[in-house]
Ligand binder design. Structure first.
Ligand SMILES: C[S@@+](CC[C@H](N)C(=O)[O-])C[C@H]1O[C@@H](n2cnc3c(N)ncnc32)[C@H](O)[C@@H]1O
Length: 209
């Protein structure tokens, strides 16, 4: 068992207006703070040692292993740690670590709040770095689909998958980008319009008949 705790903190969709007080206190108390460039810029203080998360995950895991022998390590992840974050990798690669998770508001939650839809029956899917199974894209009455998107699996590509699955051109689509930030944008359109949309690479996409 590694000596100290690895604390995985959800920072919510981005703006400090949407982070839990416990998450903020934990981040402030950290001596070693790890996160993406934007998270570090927002929350890190000059006296804290900072490590930026980049593509070198093996290097990051090595740093964390070394540091856990001597002190606690705090890692900031976007949204909620329980939905497609580094938590999965940490649990797989650092089974000896004592991991503590502090929840955050997922980008899904804020997207559904912005468009005023309940999400208890929605099918939550990630197209961030992956393609969902075709079975997950099947139409079901009253079930909204929602996707995390990225530069490759962006809304126009996802609209194409849905068209192939027989979703009607008139299905409603909402695209929510930069949620919680001053340049937040939420737009509504039809599936036919989404087939040609650009400029919403990293966003939450919600689709409903
Ligand atoms: C690696 S996933 C992390 C998801 C995160 N754990 C959560 O609960 O929201 C990154 C994706 O989340 C979505 N995302 C994160 N922050 C966002 C924001 N402020 N506005 C819109 N989408 C966001 C985008 O689809 C982005 O590609």
């Amino acid at each position: 068992m590694l000596e100290h705790q690895l604390i995985v903190v959800g920072i919510g969709p981005g703006s400090p207006d949407y982070i839990l007080p416990e998450a903020l206190r934990t981040i402030e108390a950290a001596t070693l703070l790890i996160g993406g460039a934007r998270a570090l810029q927002t929350y890190a203080k000059p006296h804290q040692q900072q490590v930026k998360v980049d593509a070198d995950i093996a290097g990051l895991l090595q740093t964390i292993r070394q540091e856990l022998a001597v002190r606690e390590v705090t890692v900031m992840v976007s949204g909620d740690p329980g939905y497609y974050s580094l938590l999965e990798t940490f649990r797989r690669e650092l089974p000896q670590a004592r991991i503590r998770v502090i929840p955050g508001i997922s980008s899904f939650q804020l997207a559904f709040a912005r468009i005023g839809l309940p999400w208890q029956t929605a099918r939550l899917l990630s197209a961030h770095g992956r393609k969902p199974e075709p079975a997950a894209l099947v139409r079901e009455p009253g079930v909204a689909l929602s996707f995390l998107t990225d530069a490759r699996q962006h809304p126009a590509v996802i609209a194409g998958w849905l068209q192939e699955q027989g979703w009607p051109q008139t299905a409603r689509v909402w695209l929510c980008k930069n949620l919680s930030y001053p340049d937040e944008t939420v737009v509504a359109m039809t599936l036919a319009e989404a087939l040609n949309i650009s400029g919403f690479e990293s966003c939450v996409m919600v689709v409903m008949e």
